[in-house]
Write a protein of this length. Structure first.
Lengths: 124, 124, 124, 124
DNA sequence: GTGGTCTAGACCACT
DNA sequence: GTGGTCTAGACCACC
């Protein structure tokens, strides 16, 4: 798998790494039990700090995407994609309800909110 | 101003009060320095607990809509409605970006998110 | 973590709790995702009312330090301490500008304002 | 008395007017019962809207600096400068206490806060 | 078990 | 009179 980082963005490096690895797992580019590059190796290849890589890996461990095996390395965890999607959709619903409340306070219609959403998609 | 609460809704009483007072201020039914009903008075009039009224008032103080003067009462604060709307829209944009990120992780299309939003509107 | 409250101070109990928990998070004694004592537990341990504990926790949720998960408990939120300090300093600057305006209206010199600040420090 | 407004500032025009008139009264450039320029006159002289002038005058009436006499105009009110100073100093003390609390949360020393104050003075 | 909401009192300090 | 704080219960829904 190919990982890369950009210095020309406000997104922290470890977040960039997390996003890519998460995506790779969800798109099945990385499969269960696949080993991730070692912290030192990735640090060298991308010319970034060891701590930064460690931070990304640790976060992903916390999120349940990967597991750490002491002395061996980090490996892709078994993911229940269905459950993952359900949780994500639930989170999105919650955010939408918050938005709905905020929107009603400033009299924004559904169409205006959708237009804002399209804008936010184009930005990224 | 007329305030009322309904027991036949899932919306907490203090949220109902907050919504009504917030709207009254935004619609200029309540003007700067207007005094709100005292906590005890409103508690009696609506047959609800003192703490419930206070909870609503305190939240509105936190949101900057009203101010409290110990020993005198609660009063409508000076609000820059334009600034308020700008901040609100900005907050909505941020939430939409978070949603966009989450949605891309589970391959939800714009249309599917829109449909979820419509659902969340219908619930309330 | 050890929490305690004193009845021999004018500082409200919930403010004492908030201060201690906030400091613990900022000093990294409490880390992301750490669980706080349950409302009932802390209420019993400190011999204070449930509502008082909840008031402290809810305020900290509002400030973004912790999050609540219904049915599970309160947990330390992900905090960007740098950003937090920047925002705090900005807020202080704004207050100082307000003070500056007020001070100029009553011809208070910088030294007199400084002296008032020292007094306010001694009170607490 | 000379009044002027600048378009090259973020401060609303009516705030600029209020500041100048308040200052004039406190510096005794305007004395009790002095008549202010009529709303229409000032609006023409400064090439600003009637509503803007009215807004400034009304705010000053609210603050107790001037009074409106229907059909005659606006006049400087009797000001208890001592009381005014006391109230202002009290307000400043409150703001300083808020600052003190914020400062202690981010470990800012008294000296650093004072330095920020000096900066805010230089900006204006 | 947990938090979320609500009630019905109480006492204090300020105006 | 007012708000500010606090207690000691209660019921619900979620996990």
């Amino acid at each position: 798998m190919e990982l890369y980082v950009s210095m020309h963005t406000s997104l922290p490096i470890y977040e960039q790494l997390k996003d890519q690895i998460r995506q790779a797992i969800l798109k099945k580019d990385l499969l269960e039990n696949d080993q991730l590059p070692s912290v030192r190796r990735l640090s060298k290849d991308l010319s970034i700090g060891i701590v930064t890589v460690k931070r990304a890996y640790d976060d992903l461990v916390n999120e349940g995407f990967i597991i750490s095996q002491a002395g061996k390395g980090y490996f892709v965890n078994k993911i229940d994609i269905k459950r993952f999607k359900t949780l994500h959709t639930k989170k999105i619903m919650e955010l939408l309800e918050t938005i709905h409340k905020l929107a009603s306070e400033v009299d924004l219609t559904k169409e205006e909110v959708m237009s804002l959403y399209t804008q936010s998609k184009e930005k990224s």
